[in-house]
Write a protein that binds this ligand. Structure first.
Ligand SMILES: NC(=O)c1ccc[n+]([C@@H]2O[C@H](COP(=O)([O-])OP(=O)(O)OC[C@H]3O[C@@H](n4cnc5c(N)ncnc54)[C@H](OP(=O)(O)O)[C@@H]3O)[C@@H](O)[C@H]2O)c1
Length: 254
């Protein structure tokens, strides 16, 4: 039987890799984006906006599976997830596969609180569901250093460790979950190494050929305490690609 899978957020770092993994001749893979279809796209493109709900009916109609990777900062993910679920329910009973983050229930960052509420909306939706929580992607940690490129030093939160994981490997796990029966809360996925942020930043700077002083900033508050306690880390170390392997692969592509 041919299958229709919608990847909401299929243009993002993770969603792009999920959509690519799912693409098969006998399968319709839809990508939902606010942007118009690029020329020659291999996907059944659906332009739509989860905030305004415009175009979402056409995106979810007859979908067997919805992989929800769409996100924005600023606490909107609960409302956009609810919109997606409401509209999906009107069109049938698709399996909803949602990507979340390790520690959303333990780190009181507003973005994480929104993700937790979005998880709860998925669970309460009445639709068959799967939720995968992953640790931070390699790309994200690179971006934290990169945004400071014009500063003479790199500031970083003192005492924070991370367990970066390859977005491509998370995408493979998510795509696999999308092709199987709903699994509920899937086992968390983390990278193979837990490293000090300073250590990762140094590695990134070395890779970019930059010399910068690293300045630890002691952060107050419950969120920083939760990060220092490692509540965003997982005992799972199934992500295989190290940060340095990721950087080397990026260099090879560039
Ligand atoms: N980054 C990490 O380290 C990490 C770790 C664990 C879990 N996650 C989770 O993984 C998911 C994907 O993260 P990412 O880093 O791949 O995100 P990203 O690169 O920022 O991509 C965000 C995606 O959301 C779409 N989007 C945003 N607002 C939308 C709207 N109103 N309507 C429709 N689509 C909208 C964007 O599509 P257009 O711009 O094309 O419209 C884009 O495809 C998120 O749920 C995130 O919480 C991320």
């Amino acid at each position: 039987m041919s299958e229709t899978i919608l990847v909401a957020g299929g243009t993002g770092v993770l969603g792009r890799a999920v959509a690519r993994r799912l693409l098969e001749p006998e399968r319709e893979v839809r990508v939902l984006s606010r942007r118009p279809a690029p020329d020659g796209t291999a996907y059944a493109w659906r332009t739509g906006d989860l905030r305004t709900r415009q175009g979402i009916d056409a995106a979810v109609a007859d979908a067997d599976v919805i992989v929800h990777c769409a996100t924005t900062l600023g606490g909107k993910d609960v409302a956009t997830t609810r919109s997606l679920l409401d509209i999906a329910r009107r069109h049938g009973e698709p399996h909803v596969v949602y990507i979340s983050i390790v520690g959303v229930d333990r780190v009181p960052l507003p973005y994480y609180r929104a993700k937790l509420a979005a998880e709860e909306a998925v669970v309460a939706s009445g639709l068959p569901w799967t939720i995968l929580r992953a640790t931070q992607f390699h790309d994200l940690l690179c971006r934290v250093v990169e945004v400071q490129r014009h500063l003479p030093a790199v500031l970083y939160p003192a005492g924070f460790r991370f367990q970066p994981v390859d977005a491509g490997e998370v995408a493979a796990r998510l795509a696999d979950l999308a092709l199987h029966d709903p699994a509920g809360r899937a086992p968390d996925m983390g990278g193979r190494e837990v490293r000090d942020f300073a250590d990762l930043a140094r590695s990134y700077l070395r890779h970019r050929g930059r010399r910068r002083v690293l300045v630890p900033v002691p952060l107050p508050g419950a969120t920083a305490r939760a990060y220092r306690a490692g509540h965003h880390l997982t005992p799972d170390t199934s992500g295989r690609t190290t940060f340095e392997e990721f950087l080397a692969a990026q260099a090879a592509i560039a």
